[in-house]
Design a protein around this ligand. Structure first.
Ligand SMILES: Cc1cc2nc3c(=O)[nH]c(=O)nc-3n(C[C@H](O)[C@H](O)[C@H](O)COP(=O)(O)OP(=O)(O)OC[C@H]3O[C@@H](n4cnc5c(N)ncnc54)[C@H](O)[C@@H]3O)c2cc1C
Ligand code: FES
Ligand code: FES
Length: 1268
């Protein structure tokens, strides 16, 4: 056979060498089949946007099973014999929607919706398993959502559990009743849930198991084999110098070094590698998938005493990658990653080595060797095949535990992993043999051999022996420095902490001091729960009605279109940026010739090909001060700046060629890049000053002077939809489909860049897959690049940034440093405060947000005695940009840090200190604090926590109240156009407000329906067009929904005025009668209005929120759990309380993630971003959010200064999240007290509060690690 065959949604697909050999399943589905429901973002098996389902015969069970895979990782040529399902056939307008699609929409589990098809597909694969709530929650480490904060998605998922809670069942019942009242959904409910995917409908292709499939691609070749001997025959024919086995093909996502050579041999169908059996050992076929192995482990542990340890291993495997990766990723593939790169922290290696597993390898001539794992690492694997692994039984004397400490709850590589296997005489507790294995120490390090030797023959349950072991570990653990990893000192601390935890976990209770006991366990997360509390007034409906988002159901079915979902276009090409590998100097030569010699590479462009101004910014537009080059030519500003564009016929080819284009540079100086605020401040030419606050006076009762520095870092937006643009030449101009929050800038900048008139650039935006400020200006670089290609080649151009490029070039939240000196009285009341705030703008001062930092710095406090100066510095990094609550978050976090510092210094309750400093007038916070304290039972919990902390040395808890005042101002202009159609009285609305998940379209429709007095079903919101909302400001700063609604009200008023004379003439007409008559009478039924910040009705106002957070910290590992969060926010009279709850939750979780997990690390000498992928820049996943998550919207609130009584809501949640810093600080402080540090001493804590930062701040001494 010279092709592979499979089905997609029941349709047979035959794929041969017309496609590129290395085409992923995801690219094939999207570009060859034109099925855009399956999305892609990270292409690394992390975000889950690309998940599809596969039905195929599994070798272990011999059954056809349905399982999920990441289509970005699977090669399309590896799909032979599979039946693949994409979201399109789960449910749709035509088929009817599936139950899960309906529920995730109704539970408000979608915002931007870009991630939603991935959740749908993962859930679809789990439905037949009849899982419990806790099991379902654990099965979604595979999916990332940046918008919702996960709570609503978790609720949807759990509503399908066999043990779903009565509350969730009630919600499901309520939804089913509700579901008939809004358009689209009428149809949904009348339909049956999609049944086309039941297993009985699968038509698995009967592949001939004997014949090797061979597909030639010029000098490359793809083989699919079915038997071991076929592999060795291929070695005989093609040699062993240039081949790679493919099983799950997931390894490439974690080890960049793996390249596809000339010969690919797919071994995934070799059934002898997928079987297991027992002799005295458990013999596991080399290529059993990790997920199947997990099941084997669970079943074996349950039935065979000598393999009980496999229960521990199963738990550990559950933390490896995530389910879709484990469904196809194999044991041998995992072990080979460690063989290829010995520093790889393989969890499989760790576990297998802890029990002395062996590996059997087959070489030429059917030669078999059996090796220990350390021997295997040194063995030359060229032309060899791993056949199996043998795991020995471990008798009753063995005690085995393993640990994996990760940067987040799931789907992350270990910071340190450890496995301990101790053979102990049960009556004497004397250790007969100790095996101690660690990962991520160094490439060479496997066993703590000195400690193993030391422990032999000893009873470790004595303080002195334990300390002896710890002291040996301290000597022999020498972690290597890796700039992208926690420091060696911290990794060592963690490794020792894990050993101590192990000993505590096995020590007899009788000898353990009770306060040490809880150190023996890790934090275990109970089932999550959530509550949302708000009022609604049904007399106002559809205003104030918590209706489902208009687009929710089409988002869940993948029918909602995003930029890259525009169907494949005739003659279209793909662009990709070539990034600089220096941080200064000039481009000398771009080797286009070599790139162009590759088949299907069409063009290479550099700055010299640009017809207009080489800039994607537009000085003169709001907050745009200077030009920023689309392609750097001379004077490169940062490592990774785009210097050229490669154009090819496929996205994957353009991307891979762009990564390899050779560029030489000249005038490169040897100076190290300036990457930090501190370094930039040393060079006066890099510093500018900004807004200030001048004091009105100074108090005289200074009892304490406090000084400090607070610093927060950058934050990448991590929108699921990457920066993308499709530009289509149309007539004399261009249709530009850009992922933009600011159509006006895209239009202006593209015309200036191409040197064409603005009227020839038509920008259209249907929706964004998340924005968070990152698509206000940075996207325009991609739009310009795409337009350049489209213009030059006169062909449509699609330009989609891969995650590493996106992370490298697209700017981030501005890092901010606050230096402060504050004089206070004995109650912590501020007598004077001097603060200097400095923001890192990146290489340009565009989008400098100093004024927001300064205006929010006072938060809710009396600023009469404040002296505040602000500065911005430039660094050798991409220009930073707006990110949710830009500047405001940094300002509020800075002053809140000062309040905490004061509270520690004067030894007072931080809330009392805050109250003492608050403004008295127009400040609702004292009331809100009291309300929330009561509903959250703050005092009781505080008492319990105090007792807990006294009784537990190695676990600490805290409960923390935090406050926020967000100053809202209206600025800019937003157009709305409302058109009524005379045939049936239906209405369309189009506006200048871009829908990016915040629900502006739904609120717009609700307000329009309310104003016109018609049912919501009559109103449709259509995409944004630059020719309707010309010259509009960007959609940002949370004011979009309100501003757009304001324009809609005005436009509706115009229409009502036009209709009034007719209505007065008619006898109480229905809406349809009135509109028909108006149409007949040629009344203009279209009205537009452009709101501006000069509207007298619109005045600034404040949004208030209080949060109470409870946190538990495991002192030995630095891991923490947010046990409970209660938020009370004033959103005024909400247009849609469910949307507002979603905004609060999503933004809050984004903030928690920012303050505790998201970290950008650069190479200090080159300036290269090292954390440029989804496994190194870690955002929160679902199991990281508060276990108990409660959001309350303030009762009886009506904002007279806002639109229809509402308050803005988009950014405020993130500004409520800073409490996590202080909740963790309090836990750390409790532990430090036990360590003997001064409780009133302020200690440094680096943000984000990662495991590294927490362990550093805890600073537990090894001598404290004792038993009694
Ligand atoms: C998102 C993500 C998260 C991950 N997290 C973790 C983690 O937390 N911990 C961890 O340990 N790992 C982790 N991994 C790694 C994962 O376990 C491996 O990618 C997977 O097990 C590799 O199996 P595969 O079948 O896909 O191998 P492939 O990618 O198909 O192959 C990998 C290598 O193995 C070789 N190979 C495969 N089978 C054989 C054989 N029988 N004989 C000889 N050579 C063979 C191939 O030639 C190739 O060199 C993660 C991976 C991803 C994508
Ligand atoms: S695109 Fe496949 S997991 Fe992210
Ligand atoms: S809704 Fe999940 S990423 Fe936007």
């Amino acid at each position: 056979m010279t092709c592979v065959e499979f089905t997609v949604n029941g349709q047979k697909c035959t794929v041969n060498n017309i496609l590129h050999r290395d085409t992923s399943l995801s690219a094939y589905i999207r570009y060859s089949l034109g099925l855009p429901g399956t999305k892609a973002m990270c292409r690394q098996g992390v975000c889950g946007a690309c998940i599809v389902n596969v039905s195929a015969r599994r070798h272990i069970s011999g059954e056809i099973e349905t399982f999920s895979v990441n289509s970005c990782l699977v090669l399309v040529f590896s799909c032979h014999g599979w039946d693949i399902t994409t979201v399109e056939s789960i449910g749709s307008r035509g088929l009817g929607y599936s139950e899960f699609q309906k529920r995730i929409a109704a539970f408000h589990g979608t915002q931007c919706g870009f991630c939603t098809p991935g959740w749908v597909m993962q859930m679809q694969s789990l439905l037949p398993k009849n899982l419990k709530m806790i099991e379902l929650e654990n099965s979604f480490g595979s999916n990332t959502c940046r918008c919702t904060g996960y709570r609503s998605i978790f609720d949807t998922i759990k509503s399908f559990a066999v043990d779903a809670s009565p509350e969730l069942c009630q919600q499901v019942d309520d939804i089913e009743e509700l579901a008939t009242c809004i358009k689209d959904r009428t149809r949904i409910c009348n339909r049956k849930c999609s049944e086309t995917n039941s297993e009985s409908d699968w038509t698995v292709i009967n592949a001939d198991p004997e014949a090797v499939i061979t597909v030639h691609f010029g000098d490359k070749i793809f083989f699919k084999v079915f038997r071991e001997d076929q592999i060795f025959q291929l070695f005989n024919s093609y040699g062993v110098d240039n081949y790679l086995f493919i099983d799950g093909n997931t390894g490439k996502a974690v080890i960049n070094e793996i390249e596809y050579p000339a010969v690919l041999i797919d071994i995934s169908a070799v059934s002898s590698l997928k079987q297991y059996h027992f002799d005295q050992n458990l013999v596991l076929g080399a290529n059993i998938s990790l997920e199947e192995c997990l099941e084997i482990f669970k079943n074996t542990a349950a039935t065979m005493d000598d393999f009980k340890y496999l229960e521990e291993f199963a738990k550990h495997l559950d933390l490896v990658a995530q389910m879709p990766v484990r469904n196809i990723g194999s044991l041998a593939g995992n072990l080979m990653l460690k063989h290829i790169k010995p520093s790889y922290r393989s969890d499989v290696f760790l576990l297998f080595e802890a029990v002395g597993a062996t590996v059997t390898i087959r070489g030429a001539g059917n030669l078999l060797v059996s090796l220990s794992l350390p021997e295997f690492l040194k063995y030359n694997m060229k032309g060899k095949l791993i056949l199996n692994f043998e795991l020995p039984p471990q008798g009753p004397k063995h005690i085995i535990r393993s640990y994996k400490i990760m940067p987040r709850s799931q789907n992350a590589l270990a910071i340190v992993n450890a496995a301990f296997n101790i053979k102990m005489n049960p009556s004497t507790s004397v250790i007969e043999k100790a095996t101690i294995v660690y990962g991520n120490i160094s490439a060479k390090f496997i066993h703590a051999t000195q400690t193993e030797k030391y422990l032999k023959g000893k009873n470790v349950f004595s303080n002195s022996i334990l300390q002896g072991a710890i002291s040996r570990l301290n000597t022999e653990l020498v972690p290597v420095e890796d700039p992208a990893e926690p420091t060696p000192a911290i990794r060592k601390k963690l490794a020792i902490g894990l050993f101590y935890k192990f000993i505590l976990s096995i020590a007899p209770i009788s000898i353990l001091k009770p306060i040490y006991k809880s150190g023996g366990t890790l934090l275990t997360r109970p089932l999550s729960s959530g509550k949302q509390d708000f009022q609604t007034d049904s007399s106002l409906y559809p205003l104030n009605q918590p209706v489902q988002k208009l687009e929710a159901i089409i988002q869940s079915s993948g029918e909602a279109r995003y930029v890259n979902d525009i169907p494949p276009l005739p003659k279209e090409v793909f662009g990709a940026f070539v990034l600089s590998t220096v941080h200064n100097g000039d481009v000398d030569v771009v080797d286009a010739e070599s790139a162009l010699a590759i088949p299907d590479v069409i063009a290479v462009y550099t700055a010299k090909d640009i017809p207009g101004v080489n800039s994607f910014t537009f000085p003169g537009f709001q907050l745009q001060k200077e030009d920023e080059e689309v392609l750097a030519d001379t004077n490169i500003k940062y490592y990774g700046q785009p210097v050229a564009i490669v154009v090819a016929t496929s996205e994957e080819l353009a991307t891979s060629v762009a990564r390899k284009v050779k560029v030489t540079y000249k005038n490169v100086t040897n100076v190290t890049p300036v990457l930090t605020i501190n370094k930039a401040k040393l060079d006066k030419t890099r510093v500018i000053s900004g807004d200030t606050i001048e004091p009105k006076g100074r108090g005289t009762n200074v009892r304490k002077v406090i000084k400090g520095v607070f610093e927060v870092g950058a934050q990448y937006h991590y929108y699921l939809e990457p920066l993308s643009c499709v530009t289509i030449p149309v007539d004399n101009g261009f249709e530009v489909h850009d992922v933009t929050q600011w159509m006006d800038l895209t239009q202006g900048a593209v015309s200036r860049f191409l040197n064409i008139s603005e009227s020839d650039v038509h920008v259209k935006v249907r929706r964004l897959g998340g924005g968070f400020g990152g698509k206000i200006s940075r996207n325009v670089q991609v739009a310009c690049a795409s337009a350049l290609v489209a213009k030059t080649l006169d062909r449509p151009c699609r330009f989609i940034l891969p995650l590493d490029t996106n992370l490298t070039i697209a700017g981030r939240r501005l890092p901010c440093q606050c230096e402060y000196e504050v004089g206070v009285d004995n109650n912590g009341k501020i007598q004077y405060l001097n603060a200097s705030l400095t923001e890192d703008d990146g290489f340009s001062h565009n989008e400098n947000v100093l004024s927001y930092v300064v205006s929010s710095f006072a938060n809710c406090y009396n600023a009469d005695y404040f002296t505040v100066k602000s500065f911005a510095v430039t660094t050798d990094l991409p220009s930073n940009t707006f990110a949710r609550a830009p500047g405001t978050l940094e300002g509020i976090a800075s002053i809140e840090n000062i309040m905490e510092h004061i509270a520690v210094a004067v030894n007072k309750d931080p809330t009392e200190v805050r109250l003492a400093n608050m403004v008295q007038e127009e400040n609702d916070l004292p009331t809100l604090i009291n309300t929330l304290k009561t509903s959250a039972e703050y005092e009781r919990r505080l008492r319990e926590i105090k007792i807990f902390n006294k009784n537990n040395r190695w676990k600490k808890k805290s409960i923390q109240i935090s406050v926020m005042l967000f100053p809202v101002i209206y600025y800019g202009n937003y157009t709305a156009m409302v058109s009524i159609y005379r045939g049936d009285g239906s209405v369309t609305v189009t506006t200048g407000g871009i829908e990016m998940g915040q629900g502006v379209n739904t609120k717009a429709a609700q307000v329009c329906a309310y104003e016109l007095g018609i049912p919501l079903e009559k109103v449709t919101v259509i995409p944004n067009y630059s020719f309707v909302a010309a010259n509009n400001i960007f959609s940002g700063s949370s004011i979009v929904s309100e501003s757009v609604c304001f324009s809609i009200i005005k436009a509706c008023n115009t229409l009502k005025e036009r209709l009034k004379p007719l209505k007065d003439q008619m006898n109480n007409p229905t809406w349809e009668e009135l509109i028909k008559k108006a149409g007949d009478d040629l009344v203009d039924l279209t009205a537009t209005y452009m709101m501006t910040d000069k509207e007298p009705e619109l005045q600034g106002y404040n949004v208030f929120a209080v949060t109470i957070l409870e946190v538990e910290l495991d002192v030995l590992t630095g891991k923490f759990q947010i046990s409970r969060a209660d938020i009370l926010e004033d959103v005024g009279l909400s247009a849609n309380p469910k949307i507002d709850v979603g905004q609060v939750e999503g933004a809050f979780v984004q903030g928690l993630s920012y303050f505790t997990s998201e970290k950008l690390i650069f190479d200090k000498t080159t300036g290269q971003l090292l954390t440029n992928n989804a496994l190194s820049y870690e955002v929160y996943l679902a199991k990281d959010i508060p276990v108990d998550f409660r959001v309350n919207l303030r009762y009886n609130s009506n904002n007279p200064k806002g639109v229809l009584g509402s308050k803005a809501v988009g950014e405020m949640g993130i500004c409520s999240s800073h409490g996590i810093i202080y909740a963790l600080r309090q836990c750390i402080r409790e532990s430090r007290k036990d360590s003997g540090y001064d409780a009133n001493q302020w200690f440094e804590m680096d943000l984000p509060l990662t495991t590294e930062s927490i362990l550093k701040a805890l600073n537990v001494k090894n001598s404290e690690l004792i038993l009694y």
